[in-house]
Design a protein around this ligand. Structure first.
Ligand code: ZN
Length: 462
């Protein structure tokens, strides 16, 4: 048995790990590198293995940094089977088609700028919409939580709840070697407990080796309930001043969590029943519809609401804006509205128009949830910039700015350690999906067994 590392090694994006056993090559995730331009260019590099020699890709969840290179893998020769939970499979379709669109647009822009400079060769998109659609043909069996799937004689994979986003899983692979069974558990991204929609992570009781994420291995989150109260107060403050609330949001999970919390706020009279809520993101709207179809992945209380015929995402005045015209019309409303749009870090998308119309108004509020990478418009606003540049214009920042941190989709240090300590029999923990200094801090708390922090391309004979 051999374990090797091909992404998210001493970094947080591009997750891709390989297990070779019983003549099979199994990839766990095949995600995209994201962030700086150099990282993005890493996606176009050749894989450090032969795609046509891969038998299986097991996907832990639908985030782009875990599934985003599947179309590229298929385009370069992968003919094996992709296995994921049913919810992941549906969300992956959305995510990959959206990613292909963005890459086609970006390639078109580069080609145009190139032509202006007199160049007639421009790099093609990483993959096209057609490549993404074709890669969906490789999806085979659907994984049910805690139901083992046979990959080869003596090789079984089982998916366990990871509590990170809808359909997310930790995956254990068990390999029979004579009379002995050896197992490797891949954590995927591990959720924060106590979140409004999802069940908590539920890893298996035993694994010989654990490959574990470490994103927030150095910090503790604020409690979800305190964060919800902070959110209601920020909204009520803006409404009392006669303004709107703008929320830059990620389309998967975060948008649905916010809708649910808004619904609860109206039910509990913490928010006025007249509040107008606009979900201004076609991808978030589709993701919201997918949630309603997957009660098997939801917190039992939320699942009961859906099964009883009510919709826990639907505040009385909820509007879905799919078309650009609907999005533009929102800007005519000057008070009492909440507008959610992407992208979460304000680098692209409709949110930039809403910020242009809102940031200069001191009666309004902009509320950020969670992480914003340095250099992004979101980060500039969070860091207190007096002006930001949008569509070539300097826009003064006069709105109230709030950053609410307790909604993280990732476990904090205490939860990561609790997750890990629940797994018995482990010889070695391999830390992945984290920045190096963060991993080192987490490693200090992992005692009683070996801890490895593999580098990109490193392999271990087990
Ligand atoms: Zn994730």
């Amino acid at each position: 048995m051999k374990l090797s590392f091909h992404g998210a090694d001493r970094g947080v994006t591009g997750s891709c790990h390989m297990l070779e056993c019983s003549d099979r090559r199994i990839l766990i995730d095949c995600g995209m590198f994201q962030g700086s331009r150099e990282l993005a260019e890493d996606n176009a590099e050749a894989f450090s293995f032969d795609p046509s020699a891969i038998d299986y890709v097991l996907l832990t969840h639908a985030h782009l940094d875990h599934c985003g290179r599947v179309p590229l893998l298929a385009k370069r020769g992968f003919r094996g089977e992709v296995i994921a939970t049913s919810a992941t499979r549906e969300l992956v379709r959305l995510v990959l088609i959206d990613a292909a669109h963005l890459q086609e647009e970006e390639a078109g822009r580069r080609a145009y700028h190139g032509r202006r400079r007199g160049e007639n060769r421009a790099p093609p998109p990483l993959y096209t919409t057609l490549d993404a659609l074709n890669s969906l043909d490789q999806f085979g069996r659907t994984a049910e939580y805690e139901q083992p799937l046979q990959l080869a004689p003596g090789v079984r994979a089982t998916f366990f709840e990871a509590g990170h986003i809808l359909g997310s899983a930790s995956i254990r692979i068990e390999v029979s070697e004579g009379t002995k069974v050896r197992s490797v558990l891949f954590s995927g991204d591990i959720g924060n407990t106590g979140r409004p929609l999802l069940r908590p992570p539920s890893p298996p009781a035993r694994a010989d080796l654990v490959v574990m994420e470490s994103t927030y291995g150095d910090r503790l989150h604020r409690s979800v309930n305190d964060s919800i109260e902070e959110f209601y107060e920020a909204i009520c403050g803006a409404f009392a001043r006669g303004g709107n609330v703008i929320i830059p949001t990620f389309a998967l999970e975060r948008a649905q969590e916010i809708l649910y919390v808004l619904h609860e706020g109206v039910e509990r009279s913490r928010l006025p029943p007249t509040v107008q809520v606009f979900l201004d993101s076609p991808m978030a709207i589709s993701a919201t519809e997918i949630f309603a179809r997957h009660c098997e992945c939801l917190d039992p209380a939320v699942a009961r609401l859906f099964r009883g015929g009510s919709d826990p995402f639907r505040v009385p005045n909820l509007h879905f804006a799919r078309d650009t015209a609907d999005s533009i019309a929102i800007n005519r409303i000057t008070g009492g509205a909440i507008v959610m749009a992407g992208s979460g870090m304000c680098t692209v998308g409709r949110i930039r128009h809403h910020l242009r119309h809102t940031l200069w108004r001191k009666e309004s509020a902009v509320i950020f949830f969670g992480f914003a990478a340095s250099g992004t418009v979101a980060r500039q606003i969070i860091d207190g910039a007096e002006h930001v540049r949008l569509f070539g214009e300097e826009i003064p920042v006069r709105s109230a700015i709030h950053t609410i941190n307790g909604f993280s989709a990732h476990a904090d240090q205490r939860e990561l350690l609790a997750w890990r300590s629940g797994i018995g029999g482990c010889e070695t923990t391999f830390l992945v999906h984290g920045e190096e200094p963060v991993m080192k801090q987490l490693a200090e708390h992992l005692q009683g067994h070996r801890v490895e922090m593999p580098r990109l391309g490193e392999g271990f004979d087990l």
